[in-house]
Design a protein around this ligand. Structure first.
Ligand code: IMP
Ligand code: MG
Length: 184
């Protein structure tokens, strides 16, 4: 685990217990909404992996998972608005009840692209489950059906979220220290 003395780790935004509790609540909600169906979870790599693993283990409906990787950020903290598919899904989603599992919705540009792209493949339904959202930063009009936590306009790290590929293994979500942020 990354050291908690790391100077780049700022204030804790979501504690481990709150993460676990909320993820289980989301799983219960999804299990109710998808009763009698077999949703396909589309996990957006790499940030959503930790969230997906916890969420999926608490789901009470039969479900499957597939992975997709897109690039919208390099190691900087601003989106370019340009989205590229680095890894596509393994299987067709035609006629499936698809739930996109995302780590965080910031500007919303990545999600907007994903929604358009996946909708064009003819799923029976398409919903979004995002662990975190930063409503203040939104540049497109979209709101995920399932949201874990709304957070303030701070760059978040931990529980899957990275800064320059580090800090994903923190068991909580923290803000990246501003001093570091400015040094990017
Ligand atoms: P968006 O296109 O601006 O909504 O950003 C989408 C992607 O950028 C997210 O799925 C994350 O991978 C990354 N991202 C956005 N905000 C943060 C953050 O605060 N910490 C870490 N990654 C972030
Ligand atoms: Mg992401």
């Amino acid at each position: 685990m990354a050291s908690t003395r790391d100077a780049a780790i700022g204030e804790i935004l979501v504690q481990p217990d709150d993460l676990q509790h909320r993820v289980r609540e989301l799983a219960r909600e999804i299990s109710r909404d998808y009763e009698g169906r077999e949703p396909l979870l589309v996990c957006v790599l790499k940030g959503a992996v930790f969230f997906l693993a916890d969420l999926m283990r608490s789901l009470e409906v039969p479900c499957e998972v597939d992975f997709m990787a897109v690039s919208s950020y390099g190691s900087a903290t601003q989106t370019s608005g340009v989205v590229r598919i680095l890894k596509d899904l393994d299987a067709s989603i035609e006629g499936r009840d698809v739930i996109i599992v995302e780590d965080i919705v910031d500007s919303g540009l990545t999600l907007q692209y994903l929604l358009r792209n996946l909708r064009a493949r003819g799923p029976a339904s398409l919903a979004v489950c995002a662990l975190l959202t930063k409503p203040e930063r939104r540049r497109v009009d979209l709101s995920p059906r399932y949201v874990g936590f709304e957070i303030a306009d701070k760059f978040a790290i931990g529980y899957g979220l990275d800064h320059g590929e580090r800090y994903r293994n923190l068991p909580y979500v923290a803000a990246l220290k501003v001093e570091q942020d400015q040094a990017i």
